[in-house]
Write a protein that binds this ligand. Structure first.
Ligand SMILES: Nc1nc2c(ncn2[C@@H]2O[C@H](COP(=O)(O)OP(=O)(O)OP(=O)(O)O)[C@@H](O)[C@H]2O)c(=O)[nH]1
Ligand SMILES: [Mg+2]
Ligand SMILES: [Zn+2]
Length: 297
């Protein structure tokens, strides 16, 4: 019998099959192969010693380490205007990792009632990445999120406390997600959501995921410097137009990306994130590059 994993917790997996949700473990062989099933995995179940087990994991379209989820079509990057305050660098890293894996990033901005959202919206206006503002007082943005979910496997991701579970409850009250006020003392979320859980809704699937601390975003994935320019889709029209082949778009003469930036056709914060990410990976030798990471559960 085939199905997909909606949740994994403490070595148990919950697999949605045509006959309902089956609780099972994974075959021991996966541990030996250092492969971990994750939410979103398409799996084949078998019976072993009278109990259902995951016998096979289908080839993945993509897999993320943080949050641990596979086969995504859309990654919603949830950012709050404040509490916690947003970081364009973190958002740009996560969106670049999504693009690098062939996943559509969509920015969702919450807490516009607490602080100005214009700064964030402006930062992404030239990025080609869709930007959705949520306003719970008017319902603004909820339909746009539903439209993205339709026909796709999607996940909310972002710092703890940005309002991922709150958004899921607003879209789908029967999800009954636990939420918690952020710590006033630390100005941070409380890591209320502990594991990835996928819900079927609006003709698609949406995963609520555990939030992370900002510092961890850098560990969400690794993009080699040769691929980095492609992870910023708005650079696309200028690639191949620079004076030097292999231009890194940082200080070279005749750089078409920097010319576009000077003309106001690219966003400064996006470009700054590109340079910061380039600096982080520029000295990493091929043989030092982390293997395409497999999530551990
Ligand atoms: N004022 C306001 N508060 C919000 C909004 N969205 C979420 N919150 C509050 O922010 C707090 C954190 O929300 P959660 O939904 O628990 O955040 P989360 O992203 O799921 O956090 P983790 O599960 O820890 O990753 C809760 O007190 C929510 O009520 C918003 O748009 N406006
Ligand atoms: Mg949550
Ligand atoms: Zn260039």
């Amino acid at each position: 019998m085939d199905g997909y994993i909606i949740k994994g917790i403490g070595g148990f997996y919950y697999v949605k099959t045509p006959d309902g949700v089956v609780e099972c473990k994974a075959r021991g062989i996966f541990r030996k192969q250092k492969r971990s099933p994750v939410a979103g995995d398409q799996v084949t179940l078998a019976v072993e010693n009278g109990a259902a087990v995951i016998a096979e994991i289908a080839t993945r379209k993509n897999v993320f380490v943080r949050p641990p989820v596979a086969n995504l079509d859309v990654l919603f990057l949830v950012a709050s205007t404040t509490q916690p305050s947003p970081s364009t660098l973190v958002l740009d890293k996560l969106s670049a990792i999504a693009v690098d894996k062939g996943v559509q990033p969509v920015i969702v901005c919450t807490k516009g009632d607490l602080a100005e959202a214009d700064f964030l919206e402006k930062a992404y206006a030239l990025s080609t990445i869709p930007f959705i503002r949520i306003d719970y007082a008017t319902g603004e943005g909820l339909d746009a999120v539903k439209e993205w979910i339709s026909g796709r496997l999607c996940a909310f991701c972002g710092n703890s406390g940005v309002g991922k579970s709150t958004l899921l409850n607003a879209l789908l009250p029967e999800a009954g997600r636990e939420t918690a006020a952020i710590s006033q003392k630390l100005g941070r979320g409380r890591h209320t959501t502990r594991e990835v859980t996928i819900f079927e809704a609006f003709g698609g699937r949406i995963a609520d995921t555990p939030g992370f601390a900002s510092l961890e975003a850098g560990r969400a994935g690794f993009i080699p410097k040769e691929n980095l320019e492609h992870a910023f889709p708005e650079f696309g029209p200028y690639l191949g137009q620079c004076q030097f082949t292999g231009c890194s778009h940082r200080s070279e003469k005749g750089c078409a990306v920097r010319a576009a930036l000077a003309e106001g056709k690219l966003s400064q914060t996006r470009y700054d994130s590109y340079c910061a990410m380039y600096d982080e990976v520029k000295d990493v030798k091929d043989w030092e590059q982390p293997r395409r990471q497999e999530p551990k559960l």
